[in-house]
Design a protein around this ligand. Sequence first.
Ligand code: NAP
Length: 254
Amino acid sequence: MEKKVALITGGTSGIGFAIAEKLAQQGINIIIISSSYESLDSAVIRLSVYDVSVTKIYGDLSEGVNIPDIIKRVLASTDRLDFFVNNAGLAKFASIESYKPEDFDALFDFNVKVPFLFIQAFVPLLRMSKGSIVNISTYWSHKMIKGRHSSLYSASRGAMVSMIKALANELSEEDIRINAVAPGSTQTETFINWKSSLSDDALDEFEKELKNSYPIARLGEPFEIANAVFFLLSDQANWITGQILNVDGGFTIR
Ligand SMILES: NC(=O)c1ccc[n+]([C@@H]2O[C@H](COP(=O)([O-])OP(=O)(O)OC[C@H]3O[C@@H](n4cnc5c(N)ncnc54)[C@H](OP(=O)(O)O)[C@@H]3O)[C@@H](O)[C@H]2O)c1
C-alpha cells in the first residue's frame, strides 16, 4: 500500500522533530521545512532509522516573499498529502508600549498568514486524501501570566484559533479535519537553553512557580505533545474537528 505523507513545518527540532519521529514510527513519509540546512541534514539522519522517506525543504517562514516558492517546492516534492502539521511559530513578549509596529506584522505573518497560505495551497491534496491538519498553538491564546506581557503574541495565537474553528466549519464539507494542540511549557532545546541562561535564584523561582502552577508538577516532553498530535491526525479522532487540545499537565485549569 502507498505510504501516507505528512508535512511538518519546523520539523527539525523540539516539538516538530518529535512529531516527525512519531509519524515516521507509524510508517508515514515525512516532509520537513526549516530555515537551516544544517538542522535539516541532522533531522534527516536521525529519521533515517525508520522505513520511510524524508524530504527536506529549506525555507525561512519569517520572510513572506519566500512563501509562494516554499509552497511550490512542497507541491513539486509530492503528489500526495495526508497530514499537515503547522508547528513552527514566532513568539515575542513585550509590554504594549514596547511592541513595535513591525512586531505586529512579524507575529501575524508567521502565526496566521503563513498557516493560512499553506492550508489554502494544500487543500486540493488534503481533499483527495480526506486529510487532517493540526496546528501547534499555545496556552498564550487563552491564559495569561502575571507580569509576562504578551498582547500581540496572544492576539496572533488567538487569531489562529479563530481561523481553525472557521476552517473546521468550512473544510468538514471536504472531509478535512483541522484541530490544534496547545502545549504547556515543554522541554525543547530552545526551552532548555532559556533555562540554562537563568541565574540560580531565577531558576529556583522558576522551579517553585512550576510546582505551584502545574497540577502535574513538571515540564512536558516533546514526545508527549507528539502523541496528542498523532491522535488528532489519526482516524481515532475522526469525529473531532475545530478543537484546541490543551496538553499542559493541567496548567490551564488552575
Ligand atoms: N516549547 C514550549 O514550551 C512551547 C510551549 C507552547 C507552544 N509552543 C509552540 O510549539 C511550536 C514548536 O516549539 P518548539 O519549542 O519545539 O520550538 P523550537 O525547538 O525552537 O523549534 C522550532 C522549529 O521551527 C523551525 N523554525 C524556526 N524558525 C523558523 C523559520 N523562520 N522558518 C522555518 N522554520 C523555522 C526550527 O528550525 P530552524 O531553526 O532550523 O529553522 C525548528 O525546527 C511553536 O509554535 C511554539 O510556539 C512551544
